[in-house]
Design a protein around this ligand. Structure first.
Ligand SMILES: [Zn+2]
Length: 156
């Protein structure tokens, strides 16, 4: 029987770990996207010929019209722009963070969608919607979102 928790702060929590081994496959589009990040420090978007726009993250099919995307992927040049952001003051265990963490949705004018990532090099009260940002690439890249260490304000 399921009870709806009406007082979520009073629910019991049990700390522990479960040993789980899993392998997540990136898929055709994801593999190409992450390889470009790892090997060339590039962000790619895949084109939907029917919608006449580009998808970020790239996909093999357009989720809007179900058209298959074509091979003419583009490199997203120039800055991305903060479309939304939040400032985290506590970690997942609700412990206060020493330094607040800014998480932003970043998008590019030429692509539909965007990336959610950490924002650095800026104070939380300085972040604005629409501010131009660029990726700071990690020194060691493995073909994952962590290949971008964070985004920072765009330096022209
Ligand atoms: Zn489409």
């Amino acid at each position: 029987m399921l009870d709806k928790a009406s007082q979520p702060r009073k629910t019991m929590q049990v700390a522990g770990s479960i040993p789980i081994y899993h392998r997540y496959t990136l898929g055709v589009a994801g593999e190409r996207f992450f390889k470009a990040m790892r090997d060339n420090q590039q962000l790619l978007a895949s084109p939907c010929p029917k919608c006449a726009d580009f998808l970020l993250p790239p996909k093999m099919y357009c989720e809007r019209c179900f058209e298959e995307t074509t091979d003419d992927w583009v490199v997203l040049e120039g800055p991305g722009y903060v479309r939304s952001f939040t400032v985290l003051h506590r970690d997942l265990d609700e412990e206060p963070l020493e330094t607040p963490l800014i998480v932003a949705m970043v998008s590019w004018p030429e692509a539909r969608g965007g990336l959610i990532h950490r924002l650095g090099g800026v104070e939380p009260d300085e972040v604005e919607l629409g501010m131009a940002v660029e990726p700071v690439w990690s020194q060691e890249r493995t073909g994952a979102m962590s290949d971008i260490d964070h985004f920072r304000p765009f330096a022209e």
